[in-house]
Each structure stands twice: as C-alpha cells, then as structure tokens.
Design a protein around this ligand. Sequence first.
Ligand SMILES: [Zn+2]
Length: 543
Amino acid sequence: MKLLRIRLAAATCTALLFVLVSSMTAPAQEPAGDKVDLQALSEIKSEAFQHSHVMENLYYLSEVYGPRITNSRNHHAAAEWAMQQMKAWGLQNVHLEKWGPFGYGWQIKKFYGALDTPAYAALIGFPLAWTPGTNGPVTADAVLAPLHSKDDFAKYKGKLKGKIVLIFDPRELSLHTTPDAHRLTDEEIQARINGGPGGPGGGRPPAAAPQPGQYTPSSLSTAAPSGRILRNEVNTFLKEEGVLVALTPGYNGDGGTIFASYGGSQDPKDPVGPPMAAITPEQYNRICRLLQHGTAPKLTFDIQTEYQKDDLMGFNVIGEIPGTTKPDEVVMVGGHFDSWQGGTGATDNGTGSSVALEAVRILATLHKPMARTVRVALWGGEEEGLYGSIAYVQQHFAPRDTMKKTPEYDKLDAYFNDDGGSGRFRGVSATSPEMVAIFKSWIEPIKDQHIVAVSGGGAFRPTAQPGGTDSTSFSWIGLNGIGFQQDGLEYGTRTHHSNMDLYDRVQKDDVEQGSMIEAWFAYNAATRADMLPRIPTPEPLTK
Ligand SMILES: [Zn+2]
C-alpha cells in the first residue's frame, strides 16, 4: 500500500515536471482527450430523445417475453424477437451463438397458494427456479422446520412426510424509514467513483456473503458454487423426507415484494427436491405465529413448472453494424438478456438489453460512417454465473488458462455493459489514465445529461475473477470491459431479483438517457483514430 503511494507520487511529480518543462519550451499543450463530433452528438440526441424505441423494446422484453430464465421458452422467444428487430434496423450478421452446455431451461406455468384454515388468505408468491410442480392441487398441514445447517437434518428426520414445510426462521421486519429510491447527487457519484460503495453495476447492493455451510434464504439463492452445494444438500434431504412443498420467506423485501431466485438446479446431474416457493415474509410469519400458537394452519398449493430439456446449450444473441474502413476492429455494447423468474426481468436486465438494442438502432438509423464494427451482444446465463460472456470471451479472444490469443484479441476495442437497472448513467469506469482523459472529453458535451464522473486513479489491472456482471468477463482476460455507474433507484430495495421487477418500475427518461450515452460512446470508439488503450494482458494460468 505504502509502496504504491510512493510510486504514484513519483509518477505525479514526473508528470508535473514534464508539463512545466514543455510549457517553457512550447505553447500550452491541449489537454489529453478527443475532439468530438458535435454534429453527430446532436443527431444521436435527437434520435434518442425524439424517436426512441427503448420503452417499446422494454415492453416486448418484459411484458410479452418476460421473465427470461436462461434457456426457457421465453428466453428463446425473446431472442427471436430481438434478432427480428436487429434485422429490421439493418444490422448484419445477426445470429445466436451457442455455448455450453448450460442445462435445462425452466419456466413457471401456474402458481396458486393459499392459507385455508383458520381463515382463507391468498398467498403472494412464486416458485423457486428449477423446482418441480405439485402435480395438481395439494392441501396439507404446515410445519415449521428451520434449517440452519446440515446439523438440523437429524432433528426433523421422519417428521416432515406429506407436510408443507417452512424451511427457514420467520423474518424480522422493520419499518421503512428511508426512501426506496433516491438519485445520487454529483458529490455522491464522485465519491462512489473514488472507491465508495457500488461498482460498475450502479446501485446494486453488495451480494450477501453466505457463510460456508450456513443455510439462509440468501445462501439458498446465491449463484456462487457454495449455493449449489447447499441446494443439493437441502433438496436431497427434503426429497428423502417426502416433503410435499417447501416454503421460504425470500431473502429480502416486504410489503408484497419478495426477493428469491434459485431453488433447484439447471444441471441434469443434480438432485431434484420437492416443489419450493417463496411467499411474502408477512404471510410466512403469520403461518409461523399460527404454528407457535398451536392453531394448525392448513395450506393449499397448485404449482406447475416446466423444464425445457430438448436443447441444453446456452446462447448469446449477436448483431453488427459493419465498420466502413476497419471492419475487423470491433466495439461492443450489450448486457445480459436472461432474468430471474419472480417478475418480468424489466430492470434486471430488460433495461440494459433494451438500451443496447436502442443504441445500435440509433447508430444504424443515422447511417453515419463508422470505421469500426459496432457489435451488440445480449448474454445468456448471466444470473447463474456469467456463463454466456465467459464462454464468449474465451471462444473469441483467449482462453483464460492459456491466454493463447486469437487474431480477434487485438482487434477488440472495448465492451460497454449496462446491467445496473433503470437508473440514468451518472459515471463511467475507465481502465487506464489515458482512457480517463478520453472519456472526460466524451462526457464534457453531455454533462447537462447528468453523467458527470469518470473513474480513475485506481490500479488498472485485469479482474481476478469475473463476477457481478458481464463486463468483468472481458477485463478478466485483459480486454476493456467498461461499465456505467447509474442511479440505483429501486434496484436494491424493490426490483433486483424480485416479483416486482416489472415494467412500471422502469423510468423512461432514464433509459432514454442511457441509450443516448451508450450510442455516443460506441460512436466515439468506432470513429476515433486509434483503438482505446488497454489494460495489461494477464499471465496464463497454465503453461
Ligand atoms: Zn443483472
């Protein structure tokens, strides 16, 4: 740490000296950065703000085809729709790129849940992903059997057969005394850029780190390998015990909002447990209180889910605007196309997908010559572990273990990612000091659009492990994977992996702003004289 500071200080001194010397010998140097094309900017803005398709894109991706669980029928149908749009806008080389195998697709066909006695109440909830249905309506006694770790299995052995089991403790709920959403001030976005909370994903709260072996609603939901181990243990136990339906209160949310995702597994080799559903914590707690009072609640569930088993390969959706003079050099924009199942995947990541589609539509519609190819990529399998982008970067550019570069490696200029929900773009993360200067010159004429910050001054190096979102798959192999910092809005409080991830939670002005900025960034990258500077290439892991 200390060493780094000394080095940085030395670098700053050298730079200062250089500036002093050069200012004595030559006229003042122009600040580093690009001269931007303001005419192009005004055309991009007018297309983005007067003729926007972004909410129409979002309508189809969320209202018609949502939710889009990886490999589900909806996900495939949404991809077909996106390819049709790309072709209609004049994009070339529009296709699906397969990777994998990923595993089964999965989709909800029916969910009914109710408290029958002591009084009827319809339950708000949804099935956990990759869990089976009930095979018709089932009614049974509820049992509270909170599982905190494997050690609890013995306690409940032989007691859960034919029961509807609440597998976690009741959730403690507190009064909301802070707003669900707020817009970052310029000072807050600057602080965040300088190492404050919130990475390229914007307002996303840091994922709760589950303790190894500890069972909680959030550790059951995590896509990390620890989550898979836990789900397999829990599902095997519940299945062996003959549990009819397992219930959870979700890992976050209240007031009708439930955050939950995984329950089973897309991998055909993993055990399949009983039907599982998340219900609102207030209703979950009510059932717990009835049990604690000895009131013997009875519940009914009728759940149908569908596993899509015919094609286990995952896919990404790709389309291009070919470059005019350097078509083999490529600027990419995109985001993940898949979602979780509770809502329609409107903000995660219908918005990032709609914005990327709108950015390329704007550029295709303007017909302004761009030297480099602009390619849009809509990734699959992000939610389960960034599978689509990890496969793509290794197929196209370099396998991470050998780092044997393909000819495409040196031609990938940058990838711009949007996966931070509905909030407008407030900052952008640069990956080298030169890039900071370049991005500052790109945002200078659009500061009235509330994008005010460029990250910089940190250690610019490849990402050790991809995580969080798809831009990290690029930086993992030494490519420019660039994210925008966004206003978090309700991403963490209401929409991220919840049943309320719906169209109405998307702010139209925000996604129009994002589309304009993404188009502007792609245009600048595709038309500037040189490719953007690079982070260092990481060492191979194997020789
Ligand atoms: Zn996402």
